[in-house]
Design a protein around this ligand. Sequence first.
Ligand code: AMP
Ligand code: MG
Length: 334
Amino acid sequence: MKSIAKLFFIAALLQCSRFDRIQPVEQTAVMMDTVVQIAIYDNQRSVAEVEKIIESAFARIKQIERITNDYDDSSSISRVNRVAGWQPVAIDSELVTLITTSERIARLSSGAFDITIGSVKRLWQFTSEHPSLPEVVAINQALRGVGMQHLRLMGDQLRLAGPGVVLDLGAIAKGYAVDEAIRVLQRHGISDAMVNAGGNLRTLSSELTRGLRRVWIKHPRETHRFFGFFPMDAGCVATSGDYERYFVLDSVRYHHILDPKTGYPARGCVSVTIVAPSAMEADALSTAIFVMGPERGLTLIQELPGVEGVIIYEQQGKLKWLVSEGLKDKFRTI
Ligand code: AMP
Ligand code: MG
């Protein structure tokens, strides 16, 4: 059972709100298998008005959850997974956006990011009380359905190569939901806000908070500590970490970010934080770069305009980190 306490624990990023000038109107909800926090800074509207706006942003996230949640048999993605291996399926524009972006990030990361990982992920029991390792033969069998070449999207028609191909949007959907929630807030005239869905975060900034906001990166090995921070007024950030969903067997940590080449957890990094032009891209890229590992990951970050990052990895039991050019002067460890 996933308790709320556990869900709080997996939130990878927290925004510091030591704003002396104004207190935000803030609400949290459990959605998309994580804790979603919305904070609004506004000195024009009443609290009741702001709360109504937050409600509509939550409603938008709920809509996206109903499309992308593969634990829900009635979601769009579950229907796609049941049917598209047999015949083409017409999908809605939200799924087109998510799949098209996923195809782009898969290409950029040379296959490290791969939403056809679903068949393998189903074998791993990251949420079980008594997890065990999947059988090697089962992983090898499931890997036959992994690879973006097994997915064809033409217009709104999606076809999967067979019933063994299973889509999993777990590495990108939360970021998209954060972007959409921010759009709802903007449509209501909000200009200073933060939406954080389990470490996928986007902020809007006005003079109310300018120069005051910091993004904190959780310490990947010490639950109640932060590893470091950087200042950010408005922007999009996501963290992928091996401490978010995992189990330990015979002193080995098995976590939820899987290498599509092997079907086993990716071993190069322990935490990857990415700044990107959208929360959807930050979400997908943090997973992609986690799988690519520190060196190749940093190279990709440096190549992409508007993308920055902090990569934490382990070497001989010690934590090391790499920071991209654009964050070098801003990032501080604590
Ligand atoms: P995140 O926390 O954003 O890094 O996403 C991790 C989730 O994405 C996992 O729980 C899986 O549902 C899915 N996933 C795992 N490995 C990959 C991968 N290599 N590419 C795309 N999605 C993945
Ligand atoms: Mg991700």
